[in-house]
Design a protein around this ligand. Structure first.
Ligand SMILES: [Zn+2]
Length: 173
């Protein structure tokens, strides 16, 4: 779905300096609380300053969250094939998790400060700055989930590796 297809489903659409604003369809919205930006990768980024979840915004206009990803090709890319030369699986997994937790907390913290902000009197530049912050926060959360999954994968591979080593030692004895 293109940004313009999405905008056609919204009311009170106005251009802002780096994107658009519109009335949020997921809550009774008199001032336009919804910011709409187009990501560099073609993704449509939505943020309701009153705190509505992206899922709620999409559901109110009959759109699925995955429609926001250009041409539906998001998620079709194969995950990177990682080769581990590290022998200490546990500490590697820990490092990924630690980093994931940091990103997660940072993202949540930023979103907390933005939710419920009184944006009515904000200049369009202030709004756009806040929107960029929200986008970065969402990126943090997304990356945190990814790193968490990587950490999990490392642990699983480590355990398998250890089991194999144990089994071969048993059979040698
Ligand atoms: Zn809303």
């Amino acid at each position: 779905m293109t940004v313009h297809e999405l905008l056609s489903r919204l009311d009170g659409v106005r251009r802002s300096s780096r994107g658009y604003v519109a009335r949020c369809p997921a809550h009774p919205d008199r001032s336009p609380s919804l910011s709409i930006h187009e990501g560099q990768d073609g993704r449509i980024l939505l943020y309701c300053f009153a705190g509505c979840a992206v899922q709620a915004v999409c559901a109110s206009i009959g759109v699925e969250v995955k429609d926001l990803f250009a041409a539906g090709n998001y998620g079709e890319q194969k995950p990177h094939q990682m080769t581990f030369r590290h022998s200490d699986w546990e500490s590697l997994a820990f490092r990924y998790r630690f980093h994931a937790d940091g990103l997660w907390l940072r993202g949540q913290e930023v979103l907390k400060t933005l939710t419920g902000a009184k944006v009515t009197n904000w200049s369009s530049t202030d709004r756009d700055d806040a929107m960029e912050k929200a986008i970065r926060a969402y990126d943090d959360l997304e990356r945190a989930e990814l790193l968490d999954a990587v950490a999990f994968g490392i642990r699983q591979r480590g355990l398998k590796h250890e089991r194999k080593r144990y089994a071969s030692r048993q059979s040698a004895a």
